[in-house]
Design a protein around this ligand. Structure first.
Ligand code: NIG
Ligand code: FE
Length: 405
């Protein structure tokens, strides 16, 4: 039988939506784990008999939350785009750079030139930075390969991240990210290829979900629909980069396919909100891209809140629009730019992020859940989204084992 551990002397924020306290905070709390699973969470004084023989670990009064979940990243790519970022500072727009063959396409060239080992090594450095800040689950998209071989390489590198680091990885196939040069002017043919490759990549066990970029500089909703139909036929869940730069009706389309999430959403309208609500689709807010693109249109947070659409927050780490590696900073920015409350932001990187990935075994601390949790050196939970450029993460437990520095 795997070892039992009692993690005690902690202030435990379970983030359980059922708890009386909105954060699920338990003062003088403790967590009993067996192997990689939580067996019990509660006040130390109420610990079950089974806790007696467990190995005791003192968490020194620190605040504990579920392991953080970054539910939208493009962590695997070659090179970087600092030059384009500088061009944008000098006035060039993201769209203009993309239309001139830069943008995603320049990362595609660098990604294709990189070996799988190089892609993995670069992504692992990035994942380690996230992990140091308490991120224990990440979603990683392909989308910088845009050929069968290169997409497979990126997805394999993403999977390998999860076996080389103590972090869970969910992979998302984003073949429909941009039209690669060999399909220039033939986006419909490219979508045909994207759909064929999906079947191969899925057969290789490389795909947990399917995403597309529905936008005037990327794919139309009709093209996105074809991608979603193929995903549905394969039984794969979908998500969408929707309404980032304009309202394309992407969220409505995605909701009609029961999408797990729609992401970005700066230009989302009331009809899209209603469709997402009806479908149970999570709204993933990406303030890093909003900030980097100096966007001024904010996602309709008040409407989403009023409709009861769960909101998640992610880094959207990518070389073009969000080269950031701090999920806490993203959460902080979701409060400052989008006016999420600190509670909403913390839900956005725990329980709602788990929902956006369709992972029912994490995001809250409760019996039966994965034993992923983080101990923070803060006195109050709203400090987690208050400080920026500062990492209060002190201890990280992944699948019941504490990470050593
Ligand atoms: O999520 N919106 C599309 N994809 C990425 C950016 C890709 C890039 O510029 O490299 C995003 O912002
Ligand atoms: Fe993205």
């Amino acid at each position: 039988m795997p070892a039992r551990m009692l993690w005690h002397n902690a202030r435990v924020a379970t983030m359980s939506p059922q708890a009386a306290d909105p954060w699920g905070l338990i003062e003088s709390g403790a967590i009993l784990t067996q192997g990689d699973t939580i067996e019990w969470v509660g006040a130390y004084d109420d610990r079950p008999r089974a806790a007696r023989d467990a190995n005791h670990v003192d968490l020194n009064g620190l605040l504990v939350t579920p392991g953080l979940i970054d539910c939208h990243t493009h962590l695997v790519y070659g090179g970087h785009r600092a030059n384009e970022a500088e061009m944008r500072l000098n006035g060039a727009s993201y769209e203009a750079i993309a239309r001139a063959g830069g943008g995603i396409r320049s990362s595609v060239a660098a990604t294709r030139a990189a070996s799988e080992q190089e892609l993995l090594a670069a992504a692992a450095r990035r994942a380690r930075a996230l992990l140091r800040e308490g991120v224990t689950t990440i979603e990683v998209k392909s989308g910088y390969g845009l050929s069968l071989d290169a997409e497979a390489r990126c997805l394999r590198a993403a999977r390998a991240l999860g076996s080389t680091l103590p972090i869970s990885v969910r992979t998302t196939y984003l073949g429909a990210h941009a039209v690669p040069p060999e399909f220039e002017g033939r986006p419909d043919d490219y979508i045909t290829a994207v759909c064929e490759w999906m079947q191969t990549l899925h057969a290789q066990g490389l795909v947990d979900a399917v995403d597309a970029f529905c936008e005037s500089i990327a794919f139309t909703s009709a093209q996105t629909r074809r991608v979603f139909e193929t995903a549905r036929a394969l039984g794969l869940p979908v998500k969408l980069h929707a309404e980032q730069l304009s309202d394309q009706g992407g969220a409505m389309l995605a909701a009609s396919f029961g999408a797990m999430s729609c992401d970005h959403l700066e230009y989302l309208g009331a009809a899209g909100v209603a469709a997402m609500r009806a479908a149970g689709t999570v709204a993933v807010l990406l303030p890093g891209a909003y900030y980097m693109l100096r966007e001024t249109q904010q996602p309709p947070v008040a409407l989403l809140r009023e409709a009861g659409v769960p909101m998640a927050v992610a880094t959207d780490h990518n070389p073009g629009t969000s080269p950031g590696l701090s999920l806490l900073l993203s959460a902080h920015m979701s409060c400052v730019f989008f006016r999420l409350t600190p509670l909403e932001a913390l839900r956005g990187i725990t329980v709602h992020a788990a929902l956006a990935l369709g992972l029912p075994d994490r995001g809250v601390l409760a019996p039966g859940m994965r034993a992923d949790f983080v101990a923070w050196d803060v006195a109050a939970l709203n400090e987690l989204t208050y400080w920026f450029g500062h990492n209060p993460c002190r201890r990280v437990v992944v699948a019941g084992a504490e990470l050593q520095e």
